[in-house]
Design a protein around this ligand. Sequence first.
Ligand code: AMP
Length: 406
Amino acid sequence: MSHRYATRGKNSRRSPNGKGPKAAPSNGRPDRRKKKKKESDLKRSDLIQQAQVRKEVVFEASFDFSESGLHDKLLKNLEAKGYTKPTEIQEKSLKAQLEGRDILGIAKTGSGKTAAFLLPILQKQIEGKFQALVLAPTRELALQISDEYRSLNKGLGLYNSTFIGGTNMNKDLELAGKRNDLIVATPGRLLDLYQRGAIHFKALKCLIIDEFDRMLDMGFERDLNKIIDALPIERQNLLFSATLDPNQERKIQALLNNPVRLQISSGNTSNDHIQQELIEVAAGESKMPILIDMLKQDDFNRVILFAETKRWVSKLKRKLSQAGIRADEIHGDKSQNYRQKALNKFKKGHIQVLVATDVAARGIDVDDVSHVINYQIPQTLDSYIHRVGRTGRAGKTGMAYTFVES
Ligand code: AMP
């Protein structure tokens, strides 16, 4: 097998399986690793280095949750989850949110933004009635937000429902009429429920829009506007976005009322970082044997493998299965039920590799993802950052590899 590993950044000169030499080999054979990158590759690797710099910004919390003034029951739930100190977005948004201010949070998944908006809501729900609605662009993200809410609201007597496409409508029609302190939804299904008269928002006090940039990318703007028109005018608004594109500004201004703006630079929940490396292969050389080699290493035990298209995802899954590697796939052509099952298998460790497209993997929050591997280089820096952020979560160390053709 004639492949070269050319790595950059902190861990340059380490092969992906950790077994390779850390310095130039002294075995007399020529060093086949590339020393100099071609110009066409520089741009891509600059993207990657940029992501690395952004990922390593460290935040030191100035207080522990125990000193935050949050309700004792909430503190108990936080403790059970192992959250002792707030992340940057949590620390910076807590007071303003409790005061009822609108918030614009530029923060990505992995920053702890879910608990950042849920904690003040829960605090208010303990003190009195405070119904909130979270809109998320993907079903997976919506389910994760609900999971986070349920783990934080234990023993508080609060209720929540999740309304997402691809699930049983009759069940949703029933749940929509019940008490819901928190509703988490993707825009399409929620609008459907509203238009059928199954749900109203008269008691709603707070709207949260998560991953607003992705919401726009995915064409949800019209649905979003229709939902917002159905909400009480007097309400708190929290909007989170991974990026702040200048042409989103006007839309954001229309949604928010004199918001507190928070730009969160730390992507990690602690000072652990994600190690990122490039694997350079010659043009036309098959990456599959290298990938299989990597996946046979013991420490590659929970891997998300990204590919650019649904076809590629299916192909990679097939090839891995043929090589005896336990893998499953998630992408837009798979039903919600299939995607959820695959995700659960991955979470429980029943499969080693989850092969995914960007959109399907958006917001996936699985603890202990050992490695993220990009089989092809992602199209944008934003997408790279999101992918790499699937590993090294909640303060753990993660590794990310990206195949680059020379
Ligand atoms: P999020 O950005 O909301 O998807 O959160 C990213 C990860 O950080 C999730 O695995 C959370 O469980 C975890 N997390 C959130 N807040 C904290 C905290 N204060 N301390 C430790 N882990 C946290």
